[in-house]
Ligand binder design. Structure first.
Ligand code: PMP
Length: 542
């Protein structure tokens, strides 16, 4: 391996830390490292050799601890170290597939190393001959990402091994997403192929992106140079301990759910008209080719969903990369894709729609409403009972309603209830526009033994009356006293008169009746009389 290592690194005398001289023994007084002697959990330096962690990780991957390098800035540190250990700045070059993960190129530029990008084949397969013929005697590195970001496909192991056998340099295989793939890992091949370096990260399948821990696995004659070059204390004791804790507990591993959801999402996307191709994925994301990536990207953002627009990457025109989310998040994305199609087919200006995104330190809410179409709705506030109630609105008002809320439910339900009501009211008011042609008023309905009356006037003046009595403190996860506040907030945000009264015995029926009657009242009030373009007011203004 030595012949691939930079000369100055071969002869590098690494920094020796205070603890390197310590060979064990019964020490109770530590006065060697100029640390503070006062305990606070982190007053001592961490183990620079990360011995415990290396042992644990080596058992995880069934390899020798000497084959493991641990980086404290996710994969970024390992990527940078590869350049620093092997490439002479301003002289050597590296080869990389494209499209692929952008950090290889940035790390090359930082280290003043020329990068030669080789386009994947049109079907995203590895262009072995073109990769090898891009190399000359100064090509030290060849970067392959498998499963590849953003294309999502893993390359067959035999194709990578063949390249490694024929390339006179180091082949780095970034397996950040390999946990989601069934195509196998190159970790088991490092002994027979000593020029392969495999990168792994704890940011993806392990769910620890915030921790920033990545690893490189390779022949021990490579890893020893990585360890010499790294900053001595590159992993804080907090990260080391947390990582050990998570590995021990085996938490964060949602691989089966993620791959199952990936296939469901892919199947759903294939049915949507604006999606032209759903590329097969071995990762936790899906690349899709759509009719107009820029437009769809903007539409998704307007609706509170962000994906990655990859349209400007080679071979990726009009593509979006979508991370597989929770089942609820994936349903919402699918719904937005479906509605985008139907919205595209309509003449603009026909429909009264609006979206309000409301962000405070307590809640993050997106509400979208379409008063003129009963297309699929989506509601997820984190409060199951509130969701159940809110579903009455699209159902009984015959409108489309999307509500997503991430609220501080760990405090209590108050902020979520209040802010959802405000955002809902604002969205409805905005969608009503100039109110021309609307019926303006709107309802009384029975629900079994209960009766709910909701009177509404969208005239623009605010008055709220509430005459509803509950006999239980809670219904589901929601305290009953909050419903008055919910409708009051909604009323103020919608600038309307809202008089609500309800009687009954069953508390669930009472409040469900109120939501239903509100929806019906809303339906009547927002309905447009096709032949009447007048303002429903003798004053001439609403
Ligand atoms: N490798 C690839 C291919 C990636 O896509 C990413 C993240 N997007 C990473 C590495 C970075 O992972 P980390 O969080 O460990 O820096």
């Amino acid at each position: 391996m030595e012949r691939y290592i930079r000369n100055n690194i071969l002869s590098l005398e690494p920094y020796s830390t205070a603890r390197d001289d310590f060979k064990g023994g019964d020490i109770s007084v530590w006065l060697d490292a100029n640390e503070s002697p006062y305990p606070n959990g982190v007053n001592r330096y961490p183990d620079p050799h990360q011995k415990k962690l290396k042992d644990r990780i080596s058992r995880l991957f069934n390899i020798a601890p000497e084959s493991v390098f641990i980086g404290g800035a996710g994969s970024d540190e390992a990527i940078d170290i590869v350049f620093r250990v092997f490439c002479e700045p301003g002289n050597d070059n590296a080869i990389a597939i494209t499209p692929s993960y952008g950090v290889y190129k940035v790390a090359a530029a930082i280290n003043d190393v020329e990068i030669r990008e080789v386009l994947l084949n049109d079907d995203f397969s590895l262009p072995a001959e073109r990769l090898l013929s891009a190399a000359d005697e100064k090509s030290k590195l060849l970067w392959i990402c498998s499963p590849n970001n953003p294309t999502g496909n893993a390359f067959p192991k035999k194709d990578i091994l063949e390249i490694a056998d024929r390339f006179d340099g180091i082949v780095i295989v970034d397996e950040a997403y390999a946990d989601f793939s069934e195509k196998g890992s190159l970790i088991e091949d490092i002994d027979e192929h000593p020029n392969i370096v495999v990168l792994r990260t704890f940011s993806k399948a392990w769910g620890l992106a915030g921790l920033r821990a990545g690893i490189a696995i390779a022949n021990k004659n490579i890893i020893k140079y990585f360890d010499r070059v790294k900053y001595p204390y590159n992993m804080s004791s907090i990260i080391q301990n947390e990582l050990l804790r998570h590995i021990e507990a085996g938490t964060g591993n949602h691989i089966p759910e993620t791959t199952e959801e990936r296939e469901k999402l892919a199947a759903g996307l294939r049915k949507v008209n604006c999606v032209k191709t759903v590329y097969p994925s071995d990762a936790n994301f899906i690349l899709v080719k759509v009719t107009d990536a820029d437009d769809l990207y903007g539409y998704l953002i307007d609706n509170g969903v962000i994906v990655r627009n990859r349209t400007h990457m080679p071979l990726c025109a009009d593509t979006l990369r979508i991370t597989v989310g929770t089942p609820g998040e994936n349903r919402r994305v699918l719904k937005l894709f479906k509605n985008y199609k139907s919205i595209c087919n309509e003449t603009p200006g026909e429909r009264r729609t609006s979206t309000v995104c409301r962000k405070t330190s307590e809640t993050q809410i997106t509400v979208a409403v379409d008063l003129d179409r009963n297309i699929e709705s989506y509601i997820d506030t984190g409060l199951k009972f509130l969701d159940h109630m809110l579903w009455q609105i699209p159902h009984h008002a015959g409108i489309a309603l999307d509500i997503t809320c991430h609220g501080d439910l760990e405090v209590d339900e108050h902020h979520t209830m209040e802010d959802v009501a405000i955002a809902l009211g604002e969205t409805l008011l905005k969608a009503l526009g100039d109110k021309r042609g609307i019926e303006r008023y709107g309802f009384v309905l029975p629900m079994d033994e209960s009766r709910a009356m909701v009177l509404i006037d969208l005239g623009g003046r605010i008055d709220f009356q509430w005459d509803v009595t509950f006999t239980r403190e809670y219904i589901g996860d929601t305290p009953t006293e909050i419903f008055r506040h919910f409708f009051h907030s909604l009323c103020c945000a919608m600038k309307c008169n809202l008089h609500i009264s309800a009687r009954g015995e069953n508390n669930h029926h009472i409040i469900e009746g109120v939501f239903k009657a509100f929806a019906r009242a809303l339906k009547m009030a927002v309905k447009k009389d096709e032949f009447n373009y007048e303002l429903p007011s003798s004053k001439g203004i609403l």
